[in-house]
Design a protein around this ligand. Structure first.
Ligand SMILES: Cc1cc2nc3c(=O)[nH]c(=O)nc-3n(C[C@H](O)[C@H](O)[C@H](O)COP(=O)(O)OP(=O)(O)OC[C@H]3O[C@@H](n4cnc5c(N)ncnc54)[C@H](O)[C@@H]3O)c2cc1C
Length: 399
């Protein structure tokens, strides 16, 4: 991207660099570099969150009126790139990026006043309670029930795959408040304090050996009716609005940095008695991948420019970005695994989790296999690739 930075943006880039040099300590960078998860672990999240919140840099896309940065496209690009290049811990998106825009758009003044500042400060750590054992792609099939009882709803049911529920203290949940002619009707959107009696979180361990996702059980959980967002039975409208923000994430900066690392790694690894980076077959694969990453960057600039103009990204472009971003991300981890050759085989878990200083291979090999395994889920969560292609068929092709 040819940025043609204005003097103000150049000054901003320098300010970001100075800030990261000072605040992002080597131990935080190292832990983040070893991480294979979609986000940093909870304690590191809290540490980094507090630093960014104190600086006022936790919500780049939020309007200044709500305590956000109100940064435009160029600054957000500079920020994302600087974070990725400096191995900054990746922060969860459920609060600021997903629930925040929903509260701003559908919330009452009282809800905005209560939730938005706590979302920014990190006092509220959010997770997302959409999916259920029988409702993933077909989300409208959800069965978790909420029955009105005086000033409360009483919630019963189970959510699954709830990322970071074991760190979170708030959850936004989709619940069924009525049975109507269409499954999309009769759903409501509730905000729920995770310390409410009746909530149990149970871990699910992923194929990479990490604990990121969970079951969340609701057993007669009382949620104040004041925590309903939007209208009762009209939660589907809220849920769909939120998903546009979930799918319009930032992929490009991280993919570009991963490619750079892969290139550096290939300059150290050997193939057929020469450097891997000089191997013709590897170079062709790398070049094809670099072109794909540029494509993702172009789609992302389109989404970010809409969001910085205060508009929701729109279903088709979000779906393009989700599909291309996650599938390209998988390919980067596949080529990294291939580049590792024999180092792909040993178990690096203890080194990755900081349980030992010894690793059965070079430092750069530590997270490669776990990242490859973890990225398998990227084409499932946030709406699977197949479902995104269905959306595109309808919205872009009119099928
Ligand atoms: C690591 C991870 C983290 C997650 N985090 C969260 C979270 O924090 N909160 C949350 O609420 N959920 C979360 N999810 C759940 C995620 O959104 C669902 O897994 C996803 O929507 C798919 O639903 P499912 O697992 O029930 O699969 P299913 O919907 O049963 O799909 C199974 C397969 O069938 C395909 N398929 C389904 N319907 C169609 C169709 N109409 N046309 C073509 N193909 C179809 C799918 O693409 C998939 O390949 C997470 C999932 C994972 C794996």
């Amino acid at each position: 991207m040819d940025l043609h930075l204005s003097p103000e943006d150049q000054a901003f880039r320098d300010e970001v660099k100075a800030f990261l040099d000072e605040k992002l300590t080597p131990d935080m960078r190292e832990e983040a570099a070893r991480s294979a998860g979609v986000w940093a672990e909870g304690p590191l999240v809290k540490r980094w969150w507090t630093i960014l919140a104190e600086k006022g840099w936790i919500a780049p896309a939020w309007p200044v009126a709500y305590g956000g940065c109100g940064w435009g496209l160029v600054r957000r690009y500079l920020w994302d790139t600087a974070l990725a290049e400096n191995n900054a811990p990746v922060l969860p998106v459920m609060g600021v990026n997903m629930c925040g825009p929903v509260v701003m758009h559908f919330g009452t003044q009282a809800q905005k006043d209560f939730f938005l500042p706590r979302m920014l400060s990190g006092e509220h750590y959010w997770c997302q309670g959409y999916s259920e054992p029988g409702a993933g792609s077909d989300l409208a099939a959800l069965q978790t029930k909420a029955v009105r009882d005086g000033d409360d709803y009483i919630v019963n049911g189970v959510k699954i795959w709830t990322t970071h529920a074991h760190f979170a203290n708030w959850i936004f949940v989709l619940v069924r408040t009525a049975s109507m002619d269409k499954p999309q009707k009769g759903i409501s959107f509730l905000l729920c304090d995770m310390s409410t009696p009746g909530i149990t979180v149970r871990p699910i361990i992923s194929n990479s050996g990490d604990h990121e996702v969970n079951y969340v059980f609701f057993d007669n959980v009382r949620v104040p009716a004041t925590n309903l967002i939007g209208q009762e039975n009209d939660g589907w409208t809220v849920a769909k609005y939120l998903l546009e923000f979930e799918r319009g994430g930032a992929y490009a900066a991280r993919l570009q940095v991963q490619l750079k690392r892969l290139k550096a790694l290939a300059a150290q690894e050997a193939a057929n008695g020469a450097r891997l980076i000089d191997d013709e077959d590897f170079r062709a694969k790398f070049a094809a991948l670099a072109i794909e990453v540029e494509g993702v960057a172009a789609s992302e600039r389109q989404v970010v420019s809409q969001m910085s103009a205060g508009k929701a990204p729109g279903a088709s472009v979000s779906s393009v970005l989700k599909t291309r971003g996650s599938e390209t991300g998988q390919k980067v981890t596949e080529l990294a695994l291939e580049a590792m050759a024999a180092y792909a085989a040993p178990d690096f878990t203890a080194a990755r989790l900081g349980q030992t200083n010894w690793a059965p291979g070079p430092d750069y090999a530590v997270p490669v296999m776990a990242r490859y395994l973890n990225m398998r889920a990227a084409t499932i969560y946030g709406g699977s690739s197949e479902v995104q292609r269905n959306i595109l068929a309808k919205t872009a092709l009119g099928l």
